[in-house]
Every structure is written in C-alpha cells, then in structure tokens.
Design a protein around this ligand. Structure first.
Ligand SMILES: Nc1ncnc2c1ncn2[C@@H]1O[C@H](COP(=O)(O)OP(=O)(O)OP(=O)(O)O)[C@@H](O)[C@H]1O
Ligand SMILES: [Mg+2]
Length: 259
C-alpha cells in the first residue's frame, strides 16, 4: 500500500481540502483508497459527511491498539474511498502515546497489519509537529506538503523539512517529499504570483505544476459533507485537484501505471 502523509504544521493551509479531494480523485481513477483523519479537529471526517455518531472506532482507538485498521475503516459516500475517522479523543493521544515505548511507530504497525487491499492511504495530519504527525511520517513513504500562496508561505517550511530529515535518519530511510502543492492561489493578487515564483525558485521541481486556486466551492463543499469533486466537479478547484491527482499518480511508483 502506498502511504502518503499530507502534512504542514501551519494551520489552515489546505491540508484537509487536499487530502479529501485527492483521495476522491484517486478513488475515481479506480484506486482503493484509505483516508486516515489524524487531526483531533476531525475536519476530514466531517468533510466526508461522517457524523460523530458514526465514529465508533476512530484513529484514536487505532493508535491505542484497541482496534485494527480493518475494523476502524468505514465506507464513505465515495465509492472505493474508506475513512478512519477522528474524534476529539485524539487530542489526548499526544500525551497518552508517550507511555508507549513504540510511540512513534503506532500508526506504522497498525497499517502494516492492515489486511484490506487498499492501493493507497492518505493521512491528514494536524497542524503541529507533535507525535501524531511524527507517527504519520514514520508510517508513510512520502509526504505531500500543501503550501498556501501567501506572504509567510515558506516560513516554517524549513522546520517541516528538518523534521522529515530527522525521521528519515532515525526511523524511516525511505521517506521522501512527494511534492509541494501551492494552494489558495489568487490570480488577481500579485502577491500570490510573486509567492508562487519565489517558492518555485526556492524549491524547484518538487513543486507541482498544478496550482490550486482560491475557490469558494472548495470551502462550501465540506458543509454539505461532500468532497468538492462530487459537490461540483466542474468548479475550478475540482478541476485543479484532478490535475494535481494526475501529477501525483505520475510521481508514484509502478501502481500508477497499472491504474
Ligand atoms: N483553494 C481553496 N479555496 C478556498 N477555500 C479553501 C481552499 N482550500 C481550503 N479552503 C478553506 O480554507 C480553510 C482551511 O482549509 P483546510 O481545512 O483544508 O486547511 P488545513 O491545513 O487542513 O487546516 P488545519 O491546519 O486547521 O487542519 C477551510 O475552511 C477550507 O474550506
Ligand atoms: Mg486540516
């Protein structure tokens, strides 16, 4: 199973929107997708229309080892897209996990033991570099970094890259940066273009060609419990996520070609 962490410790940069819509695009392309909501805010779960009552077994129980990934995964309204939801309990996990000797590897172990034939797993990380994000970086083979096209875009990125470097050195030598996706790009705003240019100059080819525009349909969709790709598959935001999914598949090993 291909495992991708969607991470950036900065809040509100489009991690969840990216995770939900990429997961949907990959499922539409025929992949069996598992999305793990690893953020106590539970936005990915809400955005997929999964009510709190339906989150009986969540990523919290999974990390504690109280259930398996196969038991925790629930089907969503999107064919081929399963979700391991998050509840507020997860906010205590950062502290509770400290007691476990294998605290950094809880998610990795749980995913390795998974039996269902998912092709790809996306992990929606919380806006921090704590144990939850570390678990997902240990469990993943690669990281996708959404970066908001605004003035402070690059601020904090070096911290994230340092963390990735540290995890690679200590726990997970195969961990790579799959790509950086510019989000909330506003064409009418010169600053957005300037930031995009700076980011490309600084990071080079790791930045995806596809840029996600600021699009109100993307922000409306979660209130309907639907991915934007289903809520309005023709809006500019959805089209951009389809383009991003294409680029992403081209960067993934082998299985992309099969699909
Ligand atoms: N391209 C976009 N155009 C317009 N609104 C967007 C876009 N991307 C995300 N949003 C909105 O911006 C807000 C933050 O996005 P999102 O929740 O995806 O970010 P996040 O990085 O997951 O946030 P957090 O760090 O809190 O988990 C949400 O209200 C979302 O609907
Ligand atoms: Mg989020």
């Amino acid at each position: 199973m291909i495992r991708i962490a969607v991470a950036n410790q900065k809040g509100g940069v489009g991690k969840t929107t990216t995770a939900i819509n990429l997961a949907t695009a990959l499922a539409a392309a025929g992949w069996r997708v598992l999305l793990i909501d690893l953020d106590p805010q539970g936005n990915a779960s809400t955005g997929l229309g999964v009510t709190t009552g339906e989150r009986e077994r969540s990523s919290y129980e999974l990390l504690r080892g109280d259930c398996t990934a196969d038991e925790a995964a629930i089907a969503t309204r999107v064919p081929r897209l399963d979700l391991i939801a998050a509840t507020v309990d997860l906010s205590g996990a950062e502290i509770e996990l400290v007691e476990f000797a294998d605290r950094t590897h809880r998610l990795e172990r749980a995913l390795t033991a998974a039996r269902r034939p998912w092709d790809v797993c996306l992990i929606d990380c919380p806006p921090s570099l704590g144990l939850l994000t570390i678990n997902s970086l240990v469990a993943a083979q690669s990281v996708l970094v959404p970066l908001q096209a605004e003035f402070f875009a690059l601020e904090g990125l070096s911290q994230l890259l340092q963390t990735v470097e540290r995890i690679r050195a200590r726990f997970n030598p195969q961990l790579t940066i799959l790509g950086v996706a510019l989000t909330m790009f506003d064409r009418r705003n010169n600053l957005s273009s300037q930031v995009a240019e700076d980011v490309r100059a600084c990071l080079g080819k790791v930045v995806f060609d596809t840029v996600i525009p600021r699009n109100v349909r993307l922000s409306e969709a979660p209130s309907h419990g639907l991915p934007a790709l289903i809520y309005d598959h023709r809006c500019p935001g959805s089209e951009a996520y389809i383009g991003l999914a294409r680029e992403l598949m081209a960067r993934l090993p082998k299985r992309a070609a099969a699909a």
